[in-house]
Write a protein that binds this ligand. Structure first.
Ligand code: GLN
Length: 567
């Protein structure tokens, strides 16, 4: 947490708050718009943080199926949160805490606990003021010690679930000096059949916002292209804001180019002027230079990486995709990621891996796809294909080696096969008594000690690393001896826990019990991902042949009713 002395925070003036809501439909990328604006404010010299509001009743995202909600993002403090927090961490280069993800579940749980404790002294406990007060408190606490706090309300204005939050924001704005709050509304500006930019959906959604008592200061129009001057004027006139407070957010080829678009449109400068901070800020031209350099690196070719997972949904593996991009920025290659359904490999379709330059087996839960993941590890190990196994991928690499090299027939993880004769992966002792699913895994940042003169040491250039975890199972200590003197070694440990594995005489074979993908940032790629992309690129150059890419396969095969935590 930054201290007051290293921010511009002036207690007399208070924090500045940017509220971000979405209109017309969800999925407009208002989080990316907000995070990009935040990045520019940070580059202008201010301390910026963010709060994501998720109006669902789940206490956190930990129990959600990735098909419904994309990946569960894990924070340093072990919070299992919405994947948008990953975007804020990556764009703002900050470490957030669970308190930066407000959910209806968390808010109501707290209010009801207080009611049970008798803290409301006999009053009738109501959404207004008790829930709204709790929401305002959470926002103020999350903003403490920073200059600017972005508050993004998930969903779309008008959703019943979002109402208490918008009411809380209305009260919040009423309580704050006017110059401390800026309200940005992100809406969709579609094209009509004859190629005209249509403002009616924006007008309707702003009408909805105003009926709740909120007036946008800024409107951001998501459109395929930049908004025409006439479109901006129309929006300004009908929504009652100055024309220069209407900003374009056109489609860009890469989310990391959004800050460049924001700068071009001048939204950051508008915000700073609104807050009276423009004079202390670094000039606009200096705000994007480093970022631009990182995200527009010249690329010399493309490499293919197969992601052998359960979910045919990019969002389910968002941080992995982003980490590969960060590594690609550094190495100067585009990384094409192809999802390969783990189920297919179990059925002997490993032809799908042919021609791929690298293999990633990501984290996961449950039986479905596990045999295919083991098969992917075998393929990468035997064919000298650069390999990275993450969490479950690390565990499956241990199982594969136990079965196919150590000859431990039927070896498995006890998660997948309780009856296995060789549970080389077993439940963590502290999990024996755990019954609740939510928030009970081994979570968050833990330190791994790294053995010198290993691949892991070369990657991290250190004798330790601190990475985030999310698991219930680990390498079974009863099998440590079986791995003694093997080419597969555990080069990273935490006490009696095995955290990193690597294989001698292989171009790149690394597994981590932790999830390095949660700490990768543009300009600071995660070491295991950088190592993979470097190895893949080196192998490509060596072969000097065109990698034959594996095709993306459509269609789900098995049932996906299981949730992340279902055994
Ligand atoms: N299912 C495994 C465990 O609980 C791996 C978890 C993961 O990949 N995040 O240990």
């Amino acid at each position: 947490m930054p201290t007051e002395s290293d921010t511009h925070y002036d207690p007399e003036l208070g924090n500045k708050f940017i509220f971000v809501t979405g209109g017309v439909m969800s999925g407009l990328g208002k989080g990316i718009t907000a995070a990009s604006t935040g990045r520019l404010l940070k580059n202008a010299g201010f301390d910026v943080t963010a709060v994501k509001i998720d109006p669902y009743l789940n206490v956190d995202a930990g129990t959600m199926n990735p098909y419904q909600h994309g990946e569960v993002y894990v924070l340093e403090d072990g919070g299992e949160v919405d994947l948008d927090l990953g975007n804020y961490e990556r764009f703002l280069d900050i470490d957030m805490t669970s308190d930066h993800n407000i959910t209806t579940g968390k808010t109501y749980q707290h209010v009801i606990e207080k009611e049970r404790a008798g803290d409301y002294l006999g009053k009738t406990v109501q959404i207004i003021p008790h829930v709204t007060d709790d929401i305002k408190r959470r926002i103020r606490e999350a903003a403490e010690g920073t200059d600017v706090c972005l508050i993004e309300v998930g969903g779309t204005v008008g959703d019943i679930e979002g109402m208490p939050y918008l009411e809380a924001l209305r009260q919040f704005a009423h309580e704050e000096p006017e110059e401390n709050v800026l309200f940005a509304h992100v809406t969709l500006v579609p094209y009509s059949k004859n190629g005209e930019q249509k403002t009616k959906p924006t007008q309707h959604s702003v009408k909805e916002v105003r009926s709740i008592g909120l007036q946008p200061d800024v409107i951001v129009g998501r459109c395929e292209d930049r908004l025409d001057p006439e479109t901006k004027e129309k929006i300004a006139l009908f929504c009652d804001i100055p024309t220069d407070a209407v900003f374009s957010n056109p489609d860009v080829e890469d989310v990391y180019h959004v800050p460049l678009m924001v700068e071009e449109g001048g939204l950051d400068q508008y915000v700073l002027e609104h807050f009276g901070m423009a004079e202390e800020a670094l000039p606009p031209a200096d705000r994007t230079s480093d970022w631009r350099e990182t995200v527009t690196t010249e690329k010399e070719g493309t490499v293919d990486v197969a992601l052998v997972g359960k979910y045919d949904l990019e969002d389910a593996y968002m941080s992995i995709h982003e980490s590969l991009k960060h590594a690609g920025f550094e190495v100067g290659v585009d990384v094409d990621v192809h999802w390969v359904p783990a189920d297919d490999l179990a059925d002997g379709h490993d032809g799908q891996l042919e021609g791929t330059d690298g293999v990633i087996v990501p984290g996961g839960f449950g039986m479905r796809g596990s045999e295919g993941k083991i098969e992917a590890v075998r393929y990468a190990r035997e064919n000298d294909i650069p390999f990275l196994g993450l969490c479950l991928g690390f565990q499956m690499a241990v199982v594969e080696y136990a079965r196919n090299v150590l000859g431990l027939e039927g070896a498995h993880s006890a998660e997948m096969d309780e009856e296995t004769p060789h549970p080389v992966i077993d439940i963590l002792p502290e999990q024996y008594e755990v019954e609740d699913m939510g928030g009970t895994m081994r979570l968050g940042e833990h330190t791994t000690v790294i053995e010198p003169e290993t691949l892991a040491y070369d990657l991290y250039d250190d004798t330790s690393c601190s990475e985030r975890h999310r698991h219930r199972y680990e390498v079974n200590p009863e099998y440590f001896d079986a791995f003694e003197d093997e080419p597969l070694t555990f080069s990273g440990t935490a006490g009696n826990r095995m955290e990193i594995l690597e294989l001698e005489d292989h171009p790149y074979f690394l597994g981590t019990q932790f999830h390095p993908e949660y700490t990768s940032r543009p300009g600071q790629p995660s070491p295991p991902f950088l190592g993979l992309v470097e190895a893949v690129t080196a192998a490509e150059e060596h072969d000097d042949a065109d990698g034959q890419s594996i095709g993306k396969t459509d269609g789900q095969t098995a049932d996906d009713t299981e949730t992340e935590v279902t055994h």
